[in-house]
Structure formats: C-alpha cells, structure tokens
Write a protein that binds this ligand. Sequence first.
Ligand SMILES: C[S@@+](CC[C@H](N)C(=O)[O-])C[C@H]1O[C@@H](n2cnc3c(N)ncnc32)[C@H](O)[C@@H]1O
Length: 283
Amino acid sequence: MAPTIPDGVGWTALVVSAQRAAESRRPDALFQDPLAEALVERVGEDAIAAGPGPDGGTDQRGTLARVMGDFLPVRTCFFDRVVTEHPTPQVVILAAGLDGRAYRLERPAGTVIYEVDVPEVLAFRDAVADDLTPTVEHRPVAIDLREDWPEALLAAGFDPTVPTTWLVEGLLIYLPADAADLLLDRLTGLSAPGSAIGVEYADRDPASAMTGLAGTDDPGAQLFADLVEAGPRDSPARWLGSRGWTVEESTVREQAGLVGRPVPAIMDPELGGMDAWLARARR
Ligand SMILES: C[S@@+](CC[C@H](N)C(=O)[O-])C[C@H]1O[C@@H](n2cnc3c(N)ncnc32)[C@H](O)[C@@H]1O
C-alpha cells in the first residue's frame, strides 16, 4: 500500500522529488535520483500531483512546468557541488524532505548526514526508501524547525566542534523573516571553523512573482502563493555576511548556464521573475 501523502508544505517535498525523478529519466539527465524514482513508482505521478486528502488538492504540474521549467535540476546540481566540494565529516540538510543525497552521493568514510524535517515527512520518506541502500550513514532528526532543533540535532549525535556542511534548499521561502534569522543564528552557533553552507534565496515575495507570471486565477500559482512567506530581508551576501560567513553569491541564471539549461522564468528578472540566488558561504 502506498504511504499516506503528507499535507501542506510537506507535500511540496513530493512535488520537487517527482521533478528529480523526471530529470533522472531524461536522456541528458544531470543526475540519477533512486529515491525520487522509488517515490514515483510507489505513489504515482498523478497521486503526487493531486496532493493529500481524499479528494486530492490542486494539480500544480502545469503551472510549475510553465513557470519553473528546468529549475529543480539546476538547484540539485548546485547543492550537490556544495556537498561534494566540502568533504566535512557532517552534513546537515534542513527541511530535507525527500532529499536523495544519502542514496546517491559518495562521501568520505565516516561522514554522517543529518536530515531534519517534520516527523510526518521523514516517516513518509522512510516508507518510500525501504528497499534502497544508502551510500552514506544518515540519521533522521524528526522535528519542526520552529522548535528547538539544535537540541534534537545534538541528541542525534551531531558534534558542533567539527566542521559541518549545511544545506538550506527549498526552505527559506516558507519562512517569515524573523524565523529565517533565528534559523541562521542557530546554525551559525553550531558551525565549527571550516564549515560551509549552501542556500537557495529569493529577494522578494515569491508568491507575487508566481501569480504575476502564471496569473492570479491560476490554481497552482495560488496554492503556491498560499504556502510561501517572505524569507530573509537582505541579499545573501549581507544576510550571511552579517553573521561572519564569507559569501560566494551566484544567480540562478548563472547556475542554469553552468549545467546548460534554460533559465526559469520565475527566477529571472528579465523574464518578469524575481532576483534569485544560489549562494554558498564558508567560515
Ligand atoms: C519544497 S520541500 C524541499 C525539500 C528538500 N529540501 C528538497 O529540496 O527536495 C520543503 C520542505 O520543507 C519542510 N519544512 C517546511 N517548514 C518546516 C518546518 N517548520 N520544520 C521542518 N520542516 C519544514 C517541509 O516538510 C518540506 O519537506
């Protein structure tokens, strides 16, 4: 029996994972994601698109494909590089959802990946992944990021005295500015010298960018608009720099060019979208 689909923002983890499955099937695929493929096999693309609940939600596929295009594979490749270019003993994936990196990336022996997300989403992920063999040790940290997640991370074995690579992928747009600041303060306090962070970052309200491009009467755009928040107030350089991180900013346009994919409309100001970055930083 297929596991129960998580509700609300949790569901978006399935939507983006299904896009990684679609990428894995392309003849020019930039990566293979076995967890994403297992998800689609177990649950089915139509059920993922329809969403949770007995009557399903709103099928976002048309809107996402039209507005976001090839963004997900571009983002995946960027965060993969953050992981592979920082061989720290610990990786923490905040709002991991159905992140497949523990099933597809090689890491130095002894590396531990901590995957933080709400219990419902991690339980769903475990049910989908039960036949897969991880390439690296990974530990779930089942907690809402509005709660005391550093304590939960420490309880799972995280060591704040050794360097960590942090991934903040597909998360900041779901947080109000104050929550984003608190998240960064907590993360910085747990980062030993030699740590690195990758963040996906939008400079203004992604909801209005989405409805602006797709139309306010588009149900997929409206659903997305209802889920997102403002995110941090500053550019990545100022936001991360203010906490002592040395920042390397790049635009989504630049990252799309690196992997030979077209720039997605929602993340290109020249196409009516917002300024958007994929940034990394070290300390
Ligand atoms: C778009 S998905 C991204 C998942 C994953 N990072 C990826 O890129 O595939 C957003 C994720 O954020 C998680 N999330 C949002 N708010 C959260 C919170 N307050 N605490 C924990 N997880 C949260 C959701 O459960 C969901 O898995």
